[in-house]
Design a protein around this ligand. Structure first.
Ligand code: NAP
Length: 260
């Protein structure tokens, strides 16, 4: 299947680790050029070097997306480097556990970390996306539909991402721009690995979660999220927009009986 991504330019947020890194890898494998905006520097620079050796461009832009100037800067640098933006993949985020007891200031900070930059990146990239008749994928979370407890800021952000996905799909349909969301539930990343290892009984902790995932009793892989995200921005997905797609082995929707 030819995804027709050769020489397209993709701006990916949080592309240095976990799900974002898998998306970057898949886009590059399909012949796209990537700008990776990430807060930490070492991994982003290492990826840029690693892919350069293979003749691929994974242009690293340092920035903390919680700061609004970083979003404008990311778009400007991408356009300076590649002259265009065909694809935006909003991915950076963190389940920061800002709960009801923490108060409005921390809540707003959580929205800044998890939601506002999704809007700001697309806002600044809009003229280029219109020119390219491009595509957007927002990485969300099952928390947007299930709740989790003790994480109001993250849950509100992820709910907002689902809303914005539909809103922008309407806004941008006349420009031929498609907007979809991919929602992970339990996806195995190096960060998840570290969290589980820090528990008293990592093996028991891991298998307790795996038992809740109907398909295969295993975590989703980063590559499985990336495959869906990249398919959605590709030419093999040209009549799909406004969709909120759960890539989660059935975790969010299937009958509880199958995991009880
Ligand atoms: P991860 O392993 O922590 O990777 C996130 C990447 O984004 C890191 O490279 C991180 O940079 C970067 N990042 C985070 N906040 C940033 C900011 N403010 N500015 C710039 N870069 C930032 O996370 P992940 O598990 O792959 O998660 C990716 C997305 O999937 C997130 O939106 C998350 O909410 C969603 N998700 C994941 C799961 C799961 O099970 N893994 C489940 C549901 C939803 P640093 O290098 O500085 O840390």
């Amino acid at each position: 299947m030819d995804l027709e991504l050769t020489d397209k330019t993709a701006l990916v947020t949080g592309g240095s680790k976990g799900i974002g890194a898998a998306i970057v890898h898949r886009l590059l494998a399909e012949g796209a050029h990537v700008a990776n905006v990430n807060r930490s520097t070492a991994e982003g620079e290492a990826l840029q070097r690693k892919y350069a050796v293979q003749g691929k461009e994974c242009y690293f832009i340092q920035g903390d997306l919680g700061e609004s100037d970083a979003c404008r800067n990311a778009v400007e640098k991408t356009v300076e480097r590649f002259g265009r933006i065909d694809i935006v993949i909003n991915n950076a985020g963190v389940n920061d556990g800002v709960g009801l007891e923490d108060g409005p200031e921390q809540f707003l900070e959580s929205l800044q970390r998890n939601l506002v930059h999704y809007y700001a990146i697309v806002h600044h990239a809009l003229p280029f996306l219109k020119e390219a008749r491009g595509a957007i994928v927002n990485i969300g979370s099952k928390v947007s539909v299930t709740g989790q407890g003790h994480t109001s800021g993250y849950a509100a952000s992820k709910g907002g991402i689902n809303g914005l996905t539909r809103e922008w799909a309407v806004d941008l349909a006349d420009h031929g721009i498609r907007v979809n969301a991919v929602l992970p539930a339990e996806t195995w990343t190096p960060l998840y690995d570290r969290i589980i290892r820090a528990t008293d009984d990592p093996a028991a902790e891991k298998s307790a979660i795996e038992r809740l995932i109907p398909l295969g009793r295993r975590f989703t892989t980063c590559e499985e999220i990336a495959d869906m995200a990249v398919f959605l921005v590709s030419a093999r997905s040209l009549h799909t927009t406004g969709q909120v797609i759960h890539v989660d082995g059935g975790y969010t929707h299937l009958d509880r009986k199958c995991t009880s």
